[in-house]
Design a protein around this ligand. Structure first.
Ligand code: GCW
Length: 674
């Protein structure tokens, strides 16, 4: 339940230097994150080191001091070193037997306390003095929780926020969740599904929202809300009912203004709204022939006096006809949003999925990041493993995320990394950052699997600092979660690093997408489901060829939506990396890759290799018997064995499908004819 915040006692074999026994908390208001920081420090040091600390005030010697920079300076005068603190950052110094934990704001002080405790829990007693600042202001998580308590694409049990149409009474789990999120620098949670229900806006539910906000506030985690665009006409109990939801209609504007005022009355620090509109059957501004910007600005204007933000989702596309060679869902976001660049209000952030389709095992970075110069942008990631095994498969996701965050769009032929664009640096934007769909539930493991929590932890760490090494992040998580035994850390981290390449190998290769069932479950192999439907996630596989031709010269024109250098790279087969070949090009199964193999032989080989690696995960895990408590060891072993079996189901389904359709034999004789 504590996730990575176990505060396990350090093993007796370790000896450590003394740690101050006094904690000076420079803000004693119980709802302040600074107060929470003091409580966490006391609890953590007690559990990790077995040392009791007393709260005291006054003299700094032999103390842990935690507070905001303002409070610190007014109590002790300036910090001796010059400290460069940005919004929500912190200063941490352990020099001279004084621990200074000084936040740029209250939340920053709590982040600093968690960082110090993370050091102690990993037996790191080195002397440090540094400032740490977040890379971007938006570091949110999204929960796709429905008011009935179910969670769309959630694999860790029922909602911790809702049941039976209202907010649950007991918010203990909500506090625990906020604590975990705060410990990795997350500052807001959007608590309800983007496929939203208008009844979240009833007075009773607004009060429930207030209780959630009160519960998370001590952790510095703000609440955000997903909105149903047609709420004004939905007959929300306790609110006026209109006959239109046209975003330019004065009545509608007043309606949202009123509702927003009511919410801020109860939740003065609401983070803002998240809006999925005119997407996948959801109503939106397009219903009234208004633009998506007009739709977003409706909420922006209601929030503006309160300091709130609108995260407006770029996941807007239409159903398409596969018989049209030039139809391409991957073009949708740029088609819809590029013409609107500059029309969004300053407190709007366009929230863009990492790839142009939908959380696939490999996608190129969404070109929309390189097409908005006067609009704030955030990246949307998924911690919940919707297409990636739904937590029954081990897949450590940060290496996948980094293929997008570190991608260089070469705007104006200059370095323009996606992570710099969303941080606001490239185009000098005031806002931007990160959102991840997490979807924890009431399961004791939160996500439905012990090892999956590494993704949640790493998400926060990367949103704070996207240049951090993902291997090191995993090692930290592993130590905090399973203890300091080097063999345990190395084994679990080794498995984690092999996991995404393995999953890609036994699901979908060369940029063809995940090849999972896309119609309903998004789980398990179903390559035939990809084609002959309106969803536009096509593979265009026939007897001799496969892949989407997304070139400008002969295809959908998608490659041309990137800046020139990148567009040129993807336009040509020779310069397209193998791992995206079938994303950009429609080729023969016998097309040669840079590796020298044919496409079809690569499919066969990769599927066997991926499933083979998956077989080793349970074995690697078993070498840790006795080093991990029984319950977690057994539960994880069960899942890894399932994955071992399911990876073979995957392998055989995919290789047989392509063998049947192509009639091309496997050079190693493994496929068909048995
Ligand atoms: O991938 C699809 C999911 C839907 C989801 C949608 C979205 C919340 O299958 O379940 O809806 O994306 O991101 O809006």
């Amino acid at each position: 339940l504590d996730g990575w915040l176990r505060y396990a006692p350090l093993p007796a074999s370790i000896s450590w230097p003394s740690v101050p026994k006094h904690i000076v908390v420079l803000n004693t208001t119980k709802t302040s994150p600074v107060y929470t920081a003091g409580q966490e420090l006391q609890r953590g040091i007690q559990n990790i080191l077995g040392q009791s600390c007393h709260f005291s005030s006054g003299k700094p010697d032999e103390s842990i001091i935690v507070g905001t920079l303002d409070a610190y300076v007014s109590t002790y005068g300036n910090i001796s070193q010059s400290v460069d603190l940005k919004d929500e950052g912190f200063w941490l110094s352990t020099e001279n037997n004084i621990v200074q934990i000084v936040g740029q704001n209250e939340r920053g002080a709590l982040y600093g306390a968690f960082e110090y405790l993370s050091m102690l829990a990993q037996a790191n007693f080195s002397s440090v003095a540094y400032a740490s600042n977040p890379d971007a202001p938006i570091r949110w998580v999204n929960q796709w929780d429905n008011l009935d308590g179910s969670i769309e694409r959630g694999y860790g049990g029922a909602s911790i926020f809702f049941s039976n149409g209202t907010i649950v009474n007991n918010l203990t789990r909500v506090a625990e969740y906020a604590r975990l999120l705060a410990s990795v620098g997350i500052n807001a949670v959007v608590i309800n599904n983007v496929n939203a229900n208008a009844s979240i806006l009833s007075p009773q539910n607004i009060d429930g929202l207030g209780r959630i906000a009160d519960t998370m506030r001590p952790y510095g985690v703000q609440v955000g809300l997903s909105l149903y665009f047609a709420s004004p006409t939905s007959g929300v109990q306790g609110q006026a009912n209109l006959t239109t939801f046209d975003p330019l209609d004065p009545q509608v504007i007043t309606w949202w203004g009123n509702v927003t005022d009511q919410i801020y009355e109860r939740v003065p620090d609401l983070a803002g709204y998240l809006v999925k509109a005119s997407s996948e059957g959801q109503p939106g501004p397009i219903t009234y022939n208004r633009t998506l910007a007009q739709g977003a600005n409706l909420f922006a204007k209601a929030l503006q006096p309160h300091g709130g933000r609108v995260l407006f989702r770029a996941f807007v596309y239409n159903q398409l006809n596969e018989s049209d060679w030039k139809a391409d869902r991957a073009n949708a976001a740029v088609d819809f949003f590029k013409p609107l660049d500059g029309e969004f209000d300053e407190n709007v952030v366009v929230q863009i999925k990492y790839g142009p389709i939908d959380f696939q095992v490999r996608e190129p970075a969404s070109p929309l990041f390189a097409n908005l110069f006067h609009t704030n942008a955030a990246i949307e990631l998924e911690v919940t493993q919707e297409y990636l095994g739904q937590q029954t498969h081990l897949v450590y996701l940060p290496p996948l995320w980094n293929t997008v965050l570190d991608f260089d769009m070469r705007i104006d032929n200059k370095t323009s990394l996606v992570r710099d664009i969303i941080a606001g640096r490239t185009f000098n934007r005031s806002l931007g950052g990160y959102a991840a769909v997490v979807n924890v539930g009431t399961n004791q493991t939160w996500l439905g699997s012990h090892l999956s929590m590494a993704n949640c932890y790493a998400y926060g760490r990367l949103a704070w600092n996207p240049t951090e090494d993902t291997t090191k992040i995993h090692e930290d998580w592993s130590r905090l979660t399973f203890g300091l035994d080097q063999n345990v850390v190395d084994t679990i981290t080794h498995m984690a690093l092999e996991s995404w390449p393995a999953y890609e190998n036994y699901s979908g290769n060369l940029g063809i997408q995940t090849l999972t069932d896309i119609l309903y479950t998004h789980f398990g192999p179903n390559p035939q489901s990809q084609d002959n439907n309106g969803w536009g996630q096509w593979t265009r596989a026939d007897h001799t060829t496969m892949g989407m031709d997304r070139t400008v010269s002969n295809g959908t024109g998608y490659s041309g939506t990137y800046p020139p250098e990148v567009a040129a790279m993807y336009e040509n087969i020779e310069s397209t990396p193998d791992n995206l070949l079938l994303w950009f090009h429609h080729v023969n199964y016998t097309q040669k890759l840079k590796s020298g193999k044919t496409v079809i032989q690569h499919f066969y080989d990769a599927h066997y290799a991926g499933a083979e690696t998956a077989q080793t995960f349970a074995q690697q895990w078993q070498t840790l018997a006795g080093k991990i408590d029984r319950q977690r060891f057994d539960e994880q072993l069960y899942q890894l064995r399932y994955q071992a079996g399911h990876s073979i189901v995957w392998r055989d389904a995919i290789v047989n499908f392509y063998h049947n359709i192509s009639g091309i034999a496997d050079e190693s004789g493994r496929v068909g004819n048995h």
